[in-house]
Design a protein. Structure first.
Lengths: 134, 114
């Protein structure tokens, strides 16, 4: 086991960055996919027609950034801990859409966000134990 | 949803799970064997390939269906990846990790379908 990385190489910082980049590219991809939905019936199943949208190209930059930060996370944190935490995007995207775009959150969706956050709280205990070992 | 769309959803899901696993294997190898070792390069290339394939398949699905229809399948990836990491990568699973992952999975499905 190598020494505990700190400062900018801290894997938990990169996990946070990765989550932010994923949130950004998911919104951009949806915008890009909506823009290119009816370009070609023949090739649309491959998703490649999405490349006609500039949103998709900017999204790809964020995909690459999220992948680089995610790879750094994988060097130091077990997948079974890092991946569940990364799923907080599923709470952040609807919350962000509510705050920024004024989209409404149904009660069922509110329950889903609550469950994701509760699940994260449950995962937090094994994380604390893993940190002690690091 | 047609049979071919369902097949593409499944392939994208399996590609995602497999991609995460081989990338984790590659990064573990980079810690012990460095970035020039075959033990890093082979799984890393496979991981990037799998991620690229599932990225474009997912984009194709987004063009055809609402986000809310595609995302419940992503919820499944949480519990699948956690279990696969334990079985294939021998990561230590605790009851809390399994419980937390299951809760997050259900939460993601609820967020997506509502």
């Amino acid at each position: 086991m190598q020494s505990k990385p700190t400062g900018f190489t801290n894997p938990w910082l990169h996990l946070g960055l990765s989550i932010a980049f994923v949130t950004i590219y998911e919104v951009l991809l949806k915008l890009g996919a909506a823009e290119t939905a009816h370009l070609s019936d023949r090739w649309s199943w491959t998703g490649l027609t999405g490349l006609a949208s500039p949103y998709v190209w900017v999204a790809i930059v964020f995909v690459i950034l999220s992948l680089i930060t995610w790879l750094h996370v994988l060097r130091h944190i077990p997948l079974s801990i890092a991946f569940p935490i990364s799923q907080v995007v599923h709470a952040l995207v609807p919350l962000g859409s509510w705050l920024v775009l004024g989209e409404s959150i149904t009660s069922l969706r509110g329950c889903g966000i609550g469950l994701v956050l509760f699940g994260l709280a449950v995962v937090a205990k094994p994380v604390a134990r893993f940190e002690e070992r690091l | 949803m047609t049979a071919i769309s369902f097949a593409i959803v499944l392939i994208a899901l399996i590609g995602h799970v497999a991609g995460e696993l081989v990338l984790k294997k590659a990064m573990d190898a980079s810690n012990s064997a460095g970035f020039r070792s075959r033990r890093f390069v082979v799984p890393f290339s496979a991981g990037i390939l799998l991620m690229t394939v599932q990225f474009f398949l997912g984009l194709g699905l987004l063009q055809r269906y609402d986000l809310s229809f595609i995302y419940p399948f992503q919820g499944l990836s949480v519990i699948l990846i956690t279990i696969a990491a334990a079985v294939l990568l021998r990561e230590k699973l605790t009851l809390q990790l399994i419980l937390g992952s299951a809760l997050i999975s259900v939460g993601v499905v609820l967020v997506s379908t509502s």
